[in-house]
Design a protein around this ligand. Structure first.
Ligand SMILES: NC(=O)c1ccc[n+]([C@@H]2O[C@H](COP(=O)([O-])OP(=O)(O)OC[C@H]3O[C@@H](n4cnc5c(N)ncnc54)[C@H](O)[C@@H]3O)[C@@H](O)[C@H]2O)c1
Length: 344
């Protein structure tokens, strides 16, 4: 089992050095306190070269089993394709490591349950899923406000994850392993909705979608713009929108509506606090992608993982939350395909 004392830095290994993995690796190597990024694993030689040359990591693996058997690693950060998350999390827990795994935990409920069962057998190890918005300062402030009763009883969450259009279609190549737009993007909004609404049980979901710019997604049963409604026990509702085709930038925004007020987070995708007013109108710059929007939150998330592994600060985000997010995301995806409301 991982033996981490509060006095020694946590020794971390990262698996997956793609679009997000490289960002996590840079943050762990250069900007996260109380840890050392000591190992990296990727089947791709250029990614291992990046880890060795750019990050100075000495322990490089092309084989995941050899990576998690390394006794010099206390904790692993898994930023691998979603279809691998469950089995890799289980293997790493069984090898005695703390685990951070990117969202979603898995693409079916049975896989999530397998992870939960293994994590229960290893209670001294941390197992954390990367719902990064829980570490964003604005979302944290909004949730604290809801929890303090400032908007009365929250009953409706309207939340969207909208990416700027990528003409090269990274996400089309990503589609076979991502689980589709709702499992990939809306899973964040699903977790947010549950967090803001006090973790109610989801009952039923309805979804529809359209393909505005990327017809190649049809081969994977996916769309580039998706809409969903989730009904929760007790009357609360969530309305979700996910898009891959925004013209202006990345716009993640959320409204939480309560009986005594409402909160809005992230409207208009503003990059900074500068508003230009001139003869063309009134405008501001926008964030271009999810990383620019959530860079601070990703850093706080990693710091929270390290602190949890070192026994300094427990996590409020649980694997059970991740299981519910997958369960709801799957019902939404079934509804997209069936055209009917689906039980969660
Ligand atoms: N939290 C967020 O906002 C957010 C944003 C983007 C991606 N993600 C998640 O991060 C994960 C990775 O996404 P990405 O966009 O970086 O994908 P990507 O395809 O760019 O990267 C995947 C990486 O995994 C590596 N890999 C593949 N098989 C492996 C194996 N067996 N062992 C080790 N490495 C292996 C690949 O070489 C690649 O480096 C996905 O689960 C995705 O849902 C989360």
């Amino acid at each position: 089992m991982a033996t981490t004392s509060v006095s020694s830095p946590l020794r971390i290994g990262i698996a997956g050095l793609g679009r997000l993995g490289q960002r996590h690796a840079e943050a762990l190597a250069f900007r996260t306190r109380h840890c050392n990024l000591v190992a990296a694993c990727s089947p791709v030689a250029s990614e291992r070269a990046f880890a060795g040359e750019q990050l100075g990591i000495g322990r490089l693996y092309d084989d995941f089993d050899a990576f998690i058997a390394d006794p010099e690693i206390d904790a692993v950060v898994l930023v691998t394709p979603t279809s691998l998350h469950a089995n890799q999390t289980i293997a790493a827990l069984e090898a005695g490591k703390h685990v951070f795994v990117e969202k979603p935990l898995a693409l079916n409920v049975a896989d999530c349950e397998r992870v939960l069962a293994v994590a229960e057998r290893h209670p001294a190890q941390v197992a954390m899923v990367g719902f990064v918005r829980r570490f964003d300062p604005s979302y944290m402030a909004a949730q604290a406000s809801v929890a303090a009763g400032e908007i009365g009883q929250p009953f409706l969450v309207r939340s969207q994850t909208c990416d700027q259009n990528d003409p090269e279609g990274f996400f089309v190549r990503f589609a076979p392993t991502s689980g589709g737009i709702f499992m990939d993007c809306s899973v964040h909004d699903i977790d947010l909705a549950r967090w803001m609404l006090g973790r109610p049980k989801a009952l039923r979901a309805f979804a529809t979608g359209t393909t505005a710019l990327h017809p190649a997604l049809a081969e994977f049963g996916d769309v580039d713009n998706g809409l969903a409604i989730v009904e929760f026990e007790g009357g609360a509702r969530a309305v979700l929108y996910a898009s891959r085709t925004m013209a202006h930038g990345h716009e993640t925004s959320t409204e939480v509506i309560g009986t005594a007020g409402k909160l809005t987070v992230g409207e208009h995708a503003a990059r900074d606090r500068v508003v230009r007013s001139d003869s063309h109108g009134v405008r501001h710059a926008v964030v271009k992608d999810f990383y620019e929007r959530f860079e601070t939150a990703f850093a706080t998330e990693m710091a929270a993982f390290v602190a949890a592994c070192r026994g300094e600060q427990p996590l409020s985000l649980t694997l059970a939350d991740a299981l519910e997010a997958t369960r709801i995301g799957l019902a939404i995806t079934r509804s997209l395909h069936s055209g009917q409301a689906e039980p969660v």
